[in-house]
Design a protein around this ligand. Structure first.
Ligand code: FES
Length: 104
């Protein structure tokens, strides 16, 4: 299944991602600059912040309570913001496009 990350300068990273892999893990595995996943997915760093393209937002599900609190720490939070450690790859997300925020 395919995931595309759009970097702040417009470059794109496209990768094949297996079902069940978090989008943070996939980004780290594919050296996506700007997605660090420092806490390993335990919802305590927000270095996995991405913006989900509009067409895909509903398919990624609801922002969780702790994710919401953590996203409040992110300067450039928007309606598209997700912590990518909280989104797991599934067939419904095949083709998803994510934008990596400008470095803070
Ligand atoms: S990897 Fe730390 S909050 Fe997602």
């Amino acid at each position: 299944m395919k995931v595309t990350w759009v970097l702040p300068r417009g470059d794109e990273v496209v990768a094949e991602v297996a079902e069940g892999t978090s989008l943070m893990e996939a980004a780290v595995a594919n050296n996506v600059a700007g997605v660090d996943g420092e806490c390993g997915g335990s919802l305590s760093c927000a270095t996995c912040h991405v913006q989900v393209d509009a067409d895909w937002r509903e398919k990624t599900g609801e922002v969780g309570e702790f994710e919401d609190a953590m996203l409040d720490m992110v300067e450039d939070r928007s309606d598209a913001s997700r912590l990518s450690c909280q989104v797991r790859m599934s067939p419904a997300l095949d083709g998803i496009r994510l934008t990596v925020p400008e470095p803070g």
